[in-house]
Each structure stands twice: as structure tokens, then as C-alpha cells.
Design a protein around this ligand. Structure first.
Ligand code: NDP
Length: 564
């Protein structure tokens, strides 16, 4: 069964049953998810929670469709991706509004951080996949003289399960869908229950672009739906993006079937401001890197280390820029920062700020929900029996100073609009602080001296380190994305990400099949002599040395010819 949605509900619709106690979009009923705008609590649609048999049926149909898709040329696959891209372009505003309504983020970011990167990615992989996956010859050295050739061809894996989070509900899964399809796979996508409608919109775009229906399924549902997908022995690879805790559960389930996994997990990404950094630019970057999407990006700046000699000036600039941010509903084009996506996430922010303040940190701005957005009278119309359950998800961008390493905000992922600033004295200290984390997703270094930037970048343990840049490289289709340590394993995007979606098949050919190999049976004295000579002379890459083994080769060859 394909999931279906209802359309956006009118403002004055009747109260829903089973309202979430935390006003956390979505609300689960016994067999469906009610998706809600986190800013207003309005219902924006409903989707079914699929059962395990429905998931298994999807995977089976995807597998059947994939066998035909393998035979479709890269050009034809690219044509479908390009048509889908055009639909996204044509419907950009409606898609951006849907993303903002369901996730809460500013519509500016729905375009700049979700739609633009996917348009770029669709173009990139439509054009480049055939080139990246073209067969490769392997140089075999002296085996070439013996008539051997080796080639690698890249073959699709089959059915890819994509389990996606709510924070970039469009860009993360859509990018992976495009890469998987271009590589010749079928996909079953499980969007977060918080952003199911965006997941279904991805399906809608590809269906209208002419993609065979069974090549892309969207399995709406909750964590149990994701668990059913991860546990299926019929899935050939799992691309999971989400929290460390769920990532470990997915990896454990996958291990039962030895299903390979790519895990894109959390981060605690550091930003190092050297004494020679351009402070106004670095401050602007820190504010955007920390507060874009209300800090709910895996690569958000979560720790800022600034050289003590420039700390006062830098902090002043950061606080000024933060106070200038405009907080509105995500669909308002004047909004810089909007609502967080869920009360669960906002409560983690509360806990981290409380812990920091209790231990001596100072709040320079923010530190609380924005009271301008207390549950509005409109929301009472929506649900007058449960109005008290509608919490305020507009969190003020928060700057903390006097922070210590032991504080939660300095070592656990906050995933909210909080920027703690700490000083350092030496570059070595800055690198040690940056690396003192269980995470290793991204980091940034800010300096006018590009050599210093490159040197410090190479000393930091993270999947991506940017010099005088922050946060945005997930938006670069050509570059690999992924982390080390608790930030996960494997890569998405770029050549490395595409190679996760195929397997390299080695095809080795003996072009002189009329002769038996010299290392085959029987192991006569001349065979022993030859093997010893080869061990000494033919394994160090020297053609000259190998040539010295030639007489033993000839003796063995003639011996084998005689036996034949
Ligand atoms: P979760 O781990 O809670 O959920 C991620 C996905 O897994 C959702 O689709 C979720 O479904 C599903 N899921 C939940 N339980 C299970 C299960 N037992 N088995 C299989 N799937 C399951 O993460 P969030 O959605 O809260 O996302 C936030 C986290 O994601 C942050 O830690 C962030 O750092 C990380 N992240 C990492 C990125 C990266 O590229 N490294 C990018 C973006 C986010 P449902 O929502 O319906 O419960």
C-alpha cells in the first residue's frame, strides 16, 4: 500500500484526539501520524504508520523493479533526475513552504539550505555518475606480460534503505535518493515521523518525473517503522542519519544480517578563532553557524574557542549580531531564526543552559524561550480542550561565556541555538580542546594566514575541516560528507558517497588460456626452485630482478608442457 496524505487542515478544524502531551509535532494515533506545524500547532496532514508486512512488501517490489533498472542507461537515469530537478525548480516556493511548515525552519533556509543544495546535487550526479562509475583498469605489472588483465566494474547493491532525520528533511534524504537511483539501486525511504509530508513530497516529485513507481517507496511511520526496515534481511545497505543512540541500534540490527551501514550521526563541532582572524567576518560566521536552523544541524557550531587576545572584541561582535537576529514564524520571509522542531529538542537546550548556568556560566543574550511566541489565541481555536499542551518552541539564540569543559553544553550535542565561547592561549591548546570530544564531524579554523589554517586543519580529528568557512559543505555535492568517532562511519556525497552505493566487482582475465599456470600442481623440484626464485626476485617491483628468474620460469614451463 502506498501511503497517502490528507491536505492541510483549516485553521478552525475540530480538536484532535490523542494530542501529544508535549505539543511535539507529530502526534501518533493508533495507526497514523498527524503532522503539525511546530510554530503554530496546526495540523498540516496525516500519514499512515506502515506495518512490517507493508514494509516487506515495499522492499520486495523495490527489488523486483531494481532488476530492470540496472539495465537502464546512465543517460536515461539522468533524464529522470533532470526532470525531477525541473519539477523542484518549478515548485520551489510550495516545497519551501511545506518544509518550513513541517520543520519550523525559516523559509529562507528551506530554499538556501535544502532546495539549492539538492538542485546542485541533482545536476552533479546526473552529469557525473557515469564518469565516476566508469570501469577502471588495474595495472598488474609483470602479470601483464603473462597476459593477465584486471578491471573493476561498479555494480549497484540492490535495495537501499534510507532512514532520515527531521532537521534537513528534504536535502538529506533527497540527495541520497538521487545518488542511489543514479547508481542503479531502488530505494525505500523512511522519513522522520516529524517530517513525513516532506518525505512524501520527494516521492511525488520523482513519480511525476516518470520514475517507475516501485523504484522509490516512502515508508511513513515512527521509530518502529525504521526498526523494521533496519532489521530486514532483504535490504542491501542502510544509509542512516540521526542520533548516536539510534545509529547504534540500527548498526546492531544490521549486524544480524551483515547488512552494511553508513551512519551519519551527531556532532559537537568546534570553531577556532585565531588572533589574526578577520573578527567581523568570523563573528558573522559564528552566529550563522550556530543559529541557522535554530542550531539543529549536525554540523552547527557547538563550541567556539577564541584566542584570548581577541576574545573581548569577538564576543562583543557576536552578541551584537545575535541581538540583531529577527525571530518569526518560519513561513515569514523576514525570519532569521524560527521555531525549533520539537519540544523534546527544546528541553535538551533548557537542560544544557541550566547546567551551564548552575556551574558558573554567564548568559550574554538569550537563554530562554521567546515570550513573544507564547501559545497564541489562534492555537486555542485549534484545540481548545488541549491548549495547555501547546508549548512555545521559539528559543532565543543564546550566547554563553565563562564555560568549562565539564559542562554538558561543552561536550554533549545540544542541537539547539546555543553558542558557548571559551578562550585559549596557544594553538596547541586550541587543537587539544577541539579534539577533546567523542565526536568528529566538522570543525572550522579562522585565520588570515592560510598556511596556519591548513596546518591546524590537518591537526584536527574530523571528517571535514573548513578554513574561514563554516557549516555549509553538506551543500557541496562534489565533496564527501561524514564523520569519525561517534559522528559515524562511511560517507555521503561526492565520489566517496557514490561508491558507498555500489560494490566494486573485480574481473580478471587470462588472455593466454592455452597454458597452465606455473604455480599449479604438481609441486616438483623445478617448481620449488621457481617459487624460491620468484619470492626473492619477482616481488619487489624490479623488472631487472624478475628477469633473473627467467631461466627457472622456462624450465618449469617446459616441464609442464611435457606433462601435458
Ligand atoms: P533519531 O535518531 O531520533 O531519528 C533518526 C531517524 O531514525 C528517524 O527517521 C527516526 O524515526 C528513525 N528511528 C528511530 N528509532 C529507530 C530505530 N530503532 N530503528 C531505525 N530507525 C529509527 O534522530 P533525529 O531525527 O532526532 O535527528 C537528530 C540527530 O541526527 C542529531 O543527533 C543530529 O546530529 C543527527 N544528524 C546527523 C547528520 C549528519 O549528517 N551527520 C545530519 C542531520 C542530523 P522517527 O523520527 O519517526 O522516530
Amino acid at each position: 500500500m502506498q501511503p497517502s496524505t490528507s491536505t492541510a487542515a483549516p485553521l478552525n478544524q475540530p480538536a484532535l484526539q490523542n494530542q501529544s502531551p508535549l505539543n511535539q509535532s507529530p502526534v501518533l494515533t493508533h495507526d497514523e501520524i498527524v503532522s503539525r506545524d511546530p510554530a503554530t500547532n496546526q495540523e498540516i496532514g496525516r500519514v499512515p504508520i506502515l506495518t512490517q508486512p507493508e514494509i516487506e512488501s515495499m522492499i520486495a517490489r523495490a527489488r523486483a523493479a531494481q532488476t530492470a533498472w540496472v539495465a537502464v542507461s546512465f543517460d536515461e537515469r539522468a533524464r529522470i533526475i533532470t526532470r525531477a530537478r525541473q519539477i523542484v525548480l518549478d515548485e520551489m516556493d510550495a516545497i519551501a513552504t511545506l518544509i518550513s511548515r513541517e520543520s519550523g525552519k525559516p523559509v529562507a533556509e528551506s530554499v538556501s539550505m535544502e532546495i539549492i543544495p539538492t538542485l546542485d546535487l541533482m545536476h552533479f550526479f546526473a552529469r557525473r555518475t557515469a564518469h565516476i562509475l566508469k570501469p577502471e583498469r588495474i595495472a598488474l605489472g609483470q602479470y601483464t606480460i603473462a597476459g593477465r588483465t584486471s578491471r573493476i566494474i561498479y555494480k549497484p547493491l540492490g535495495v537501499i534503505a534510507i532512514i532520515a532525520p527531521w532537521n534537513f528533511p528534504w536535502a538529506i534524504p533527497l540527495g541520497e535518493v538521487v545518488m542511489a537511483l543514479m547508481a542503479g539501486n531502488a530505494v525505500v525511504l523512511k522519513p522522520s515521523e516529524v517530517t513525513s509530508l516532506v518525505g512524501l513530497k520527494i516521492k511525488d516529485v520523482f513519480t511525476r518525473a516518470g520514475l517507475t513507481d516501485d523504484l522509490l517507496h516512502v515508508a511513513t511511520g515512527d521509530g518502529m517503522t525504521g526498526a523494521a526496515l533496519a532489521a530486514s534481511p532483504l535490504v542491501n545497505k542502510i544509509m542512516f542519519t540521526g542520533s548516536v543512540a539510534t545509529g547504534k541500534r540500527v548498526a546492531a540490527a544490521a549486524a544480524q544480517n551483515l547488512t552494511p551501514v553508513v551512519l551519519e550521526l551527531g556532532g559537537k563541532d568546534p570553531m577556532i578563532i585565531c588572533r589574526d582572524a578577520d573578527l567581523p567576518v568570523a563573528a558573522h560566521a559564528a552566529v550563522w553557524g550556530a543559529f541557522a536552523n535554530s542550531g539543529q544541524a549536525c554540523a552547527s557550531v557547538e563550541r567556539c574557542y577564541v584566542h584570548e587576545s581577541v576574545a573581548a572584541e569577538f564576543t562583543k561582535l557576536v552578541v551584537e549580531a545575535t541581538k540583531n537576529l529577527r525571530q518569526h514564524h518560519g513561513t515569514n520571509e523576514a525570519s532569521d531564526v524560527a521555531a525549533m522542531s520539537s519540544e523534546r529538542q527544546a528541553q535538551i537546550v533548557d537542560a544544557h543552559i541550566n547546567d551551564a548556568v548552575t556551574r558558573g556560566a554567564r548568559i550574554l543574550t538569550g537563554g530562554k524561550r521567546n515570550h513573544d511566541f507564547a501559545a497564541s489565541p489562534d492555537d486555542a481555536h485549534l484545540d481548545d480542550t488541549h491548549n495547555d499542551t501547546h508549548t512555545n518552541l521559539f528559543y532565543e539564540p543564546t550566547i554563553l561565556v565563562d564555560v568549562e569543559d565539564a559542562m554538558l553544553v561543552m561536550h554533549e550535542e545540544t542541537f539547539g541555538p546555543v553558542l558557548p565561547i571559551k578562550t585559549f592561549r596557544t594553538e596547541d591548546e586550541a587543537v587539544r580542546l577541539a579534539n577533546d570530544s567523542p565526536f568528529g564531524l566538522t570543525a572550522s579554523v579562522w585565520t588570515r594566514d592560510l598556511k596556519r589554517g591548513a596546518r591546524l586543519a590537518a591537526m584536527i580529528d574530523a571528517g571535514t575541516v573548513t578554513v574561514n568557512e563554516v557549516l555549509y559543505t553538506h551543500g557541496l555535492a562534489a565533496t564527501p560528507w561524514g564523520g569519525i568517532k561517534q559522528s559515524g562511519m562511511g560517507r555521503t556525497h561526492g565520489k566517496q558517497g557514490l561508491l558507498e552505493l555500489v560494490y566494486p566487482q573485480h574481473i580478471h582475465t587470462n588472455r593466454l588460456p592455452r597454458f597452465a599456470d606455473l604455480w599449479w600442481f604438481n609441486y616438483t623440484p623445478s617448481a620449488h626452485t621457481l617459487f624460491r626464485q620468484l619470492a626473492r626476485r619477482a616481488t619487489n617491483g624490479s623488472i631487472l630482478q624478475s628477469a633473473l628468474a627467467f631461466p627457472a620460469v622456462v624450465r618449469r614451463f617446459l616441464e609442464m608442457r611435457r606433462r601435458k
